[in-house]
Design a binder for this molecule. Structure first.
Ligand SMILES: *[C@@H]1O[C@H](CO)[C@@H](O)[C@H](O)[C@H]1NC(C)=O
Ligand SMILES: *[C@@H]1O[C@H](CO)[C@@H](O)[C@H](O)[C@H]1NC(C)=O
Ligand SMILES: *[C@@H]1O[C@H](CO)[C@@H](O)[C@H](O)[C@H]1NC(C)=O
Ligand SMILES: *[C@@H]1O[C@H](CO)[C@@H](O)[C@H](O)[C@H]1NC(C)=O
Ligand SMILES: *[C@@H]1O[C@H](CO)[C@@H](O)[C@H](O)[C@H]1NC(C)=O
Ligand SMILES: *[C@@H]1O[C@H](CO)[C@@H](O)[C@H](O)[C@H]1NC(C)=O
Ligand SMILES: *[C@@H]1O[C@H](CO)[C@@H](O)[C@H](O)[C@H]1NC(C)=O
Ligand SMILES: *[C@@H]1O[C@H](CO)[C@@H](O)[C@H](O)[C@H]1NC(C)=O
Ligand SMILES: *[C@@H]1O[C@H](CO)[C@@H](O)[C@H](O)[C@H]1NC(C)=O
Ligand SMILES: CC(=O)N[C@H]1CO[C@H](CO)[C@@H](O)[C@@H]1O
Length: 468
């Protein structure tokens, strides 16, 4: 099951202004002023700032916690009608028996849905039901999206293919698929240092694109060039910054991995390996099972060597086989995405329960990890709740309307106090936290949480706390 992961929040910008910007501005002021020298960072020991902080320079890459976004290129998306209609047809069999039921709800009037919505939700969310009501009357896209998976296939799938191009409104795409709210360059400029991408094939398997969702719910976006060129631009303008890129959460079938992984690798080479000198801006890490703590480069070393980009492949890694470049790393060997224990989570309460249980069980988990992997992998705090498409269908069938319709809404409940609670509860329990990753960072305490974690990391490193 694919978590429909990501998150409308117009109210909370004030926090961003109060906390985040103040923090960033402060750091920009202190940063190396010679920004025209892009080949090498400042070498004066005193003034070197690594990702905005002198304290981080002597921490190894794996001792630092990075602020990340999730499905970082989920913008400029288009609903993929062709693939969606095909998936729709593929799903005929299990859905047939639900057809009768679906058909009834498909015909339910918008007013009826709206009144269900209002009955189920507190007054302050009724604006949402009114939006639903207006949209529902102007287009039947919501109903189609919710129901297409369970409708009589050939009829509805074909109707879907013909109509979806014109009936899925832009705001809905943003609502259901956009995770960050900003393009990649803006994210990096704002202080995000870990980007996570979902990749798909389009145009008869010829073009690799950024995408989000799967099957019926697949939306596809930009090609590699526009996104990679923004990353390159940032890297060149900011020689003191260390950035991680994660290519994961593939929605296509395994058989397409080969094409996707090779294509991404060759684009990475094109952008980040200098064709004249052969110098790679992408770092080659020590073997994952290294128990030699000093084998990892510090941020200072990465900056001085201009090897400041770290590449992570998830499901795609194995399909590179012997073609794999030394600067591509297999994610699963190094760290544990929170999704492994939050995959079935749909509410902030459930998310809290998952993290609390996970972190309180650290001793046993580390022992088990060590047994299985022979070493301890790093932890992550991936602070997202999402809805799964099936969840929406079920909700509709059971006459419930999901409390939050858009990803941006979903993020509000988990991005503030709850996030800080996770940091407080977990930070001392495990030795390394690689990232804190969430949706809609502009409405969050992300940078405060990362700062808190890194202050602790610095203390811990000065204290010589051993790699367990
Ligand atoms: C800054 O960089 C330029 C080259 O881009 C160089 O000429 C100059 O000496 C540098 N200044 C310092 C203080 O390093
Ligand atoms: C960049 O700075 C370093 C150290 O100050 C210096 O060695 C190097 O020549 C500079 N590069 C350019 C292009 O100015
Ligand atoms: C840089 O500073 C650190 C801590 O202040 C010191 O241990 C180290 O020797 C310095 N390195 C150089 C090259 O001056
Ligand atoms: C794309 O590749 C997959 C796996 O090889 C295959 O199943 C699918 O039919 C291909 N699609 C097209 C449109 O060629
Ligand atoms: C490759 O390196 C050379 C030598 O340092 C430099 O002049 C050139 O601009 C680099 N090319 C790119 C595309 O960065
Ligand atoms: C640990 O790694 C460092 C850096 O690669 C190396 O210099 C050192 O000899 C290694 N120590 C052991 C015990 O392998
Ligand atoms: C703690 O982790 C261990 C090892 O994975 C597992 O067997 C055990 O069920 C966990 N306990 C709780 C309460 O989650
Ligand atoms: C998370 O759950 C714990 C109990 O496990 C509770 O004490 C805490 O207040 C909750 N945190 C938030 C922010 O809801
Ligand atoms: C530092 O070491 C002391 C003594 O071993 C320990 O009590 C303390 O918790 C450590 N602090 C951190 C941040 O690791
Ligand atoms: C840990 C980390 O990567 N933090 C920061 C990296 O640098 C910029 C500023 O230079 C910060 O805004 C990041 O959050």
């Amino acid at each position: 099951m694919t978590q429909f992961c990501s998150h409308i929040a117009p109210l909370i910008l004030i926090f961003h202004v109060l906390f985040t910007n103040a923090f960033i501005d402060n750091q920009i002021l202190k940063r190396d002023t010679n920004t025209t020298n892009t080949t090498s960072a400042t070498t004066t020991n005193e003034t070197l700032l690594c990702n905005g902080s002198a304290d981080l320079c002597d921490l190894r890459y794996n001792q630092v916690t990075y602020p990340g976004t999730h499905n970082s290129a989920s913008y400029n998306l288009k609903f993929d009608c062709v693939t969606s209609a095909k998936s729709c047809l593929d799903r005929v069999a299990p859905c047939a028996e639900e057809y009768t039921q679906c058909n009834i709800y498909y015909k339910v009037h918008c007013e009826a849905q709206t009144s269900i919505c209002k009955r189920r939700n507190p007054n302050y969310l009724h604006w949402m039901c009114d939006i639903f009501d207006r949209t529902c009357k102007s287009t039947n896209a919501w109903c189609i999206i919710w129901l297409v998976g369970c409708a009589e296939a050939s009829k509805l799938c074909n109707a879907w293919a013909n109509s979806c191009q014109s009936t899925v409104p832009d705001w809905m795409i943003t609502c259901m698929w956009d995770n960050a709210g900003y393009p990649v360059l803006r994210q990096l400029d704002d202080g995000i240092r870990l980007l996570n991408f979902e990749m798909c094939l389009k145009n008869d398997n010829k073009t690799v694109v950024f995408c989000h969702g799967n099957g019926l719910y697949l939306a596809t976006g930009l090609e590699l060039d526009p996104v990679f060129s923004e990353i390159k631009e940032f890297m060149d303008k900011n020689p003191n910054e260390v950035v991680s890129l994660e290519f994961g959460h593939i929605n296509d079938k395994g058989s397409t991995y080969y094409t996707i992984s090779h294509e991404i690798q060759s684009y990475l080479e094109k952008y980040f390996v200098n064709s004249t000198t052969g110098h790679s801006q992408m770092v080659q890490l020590p073997p994952a099972d290294s128990t030699n703590a000093t084998a990892w480069p510090t941020l200072r070393q990465m900056i001085e060597n201009d090897q400041r980009l770290v590449i992570w492949f998830a499901e795609l890694y194995d399909s590179l086989g012997s073609d794999v470049k030394p600067w591509v790393h297999r994610l699963d060997n190094y760290y544990i995405p929170s999704f492994t224990y939050t995959g079935d989570v749909f509410t902030p309460q459930q998310l809290n329960a998952s993290f609390t249980q996970h972190c309180n069980n650290a001793t046993a988990l580390m022992a088990a990890d060590k047994q299985l992997w022979k070493y301890n992998r790093w932890e992550t705090i991936d602070d997202t709740v999402g809805y799964v498409p099936q969840g929406i269908e079920i909700a509709l069938h059971t006459h419930t309307v999901p409390n939050n319709l858009c990803l941006k809404d979903l993020a509000i409940d988990v991005n503030y106090d709850l996030l800080m609670y996770f940091v407080d509860t977990c930070k001392e329990k495990f030795p390394y936290f690689f990232r804190i990753r969430l949706d809609y960072y502009s409405q969050s305490y992300l940078f405060q949480a990362v700062k808190k974690m890194n202050e602790y990391n610095v203390l811990r490193a000065k204290n010589n706390t051993k790699f367990p």
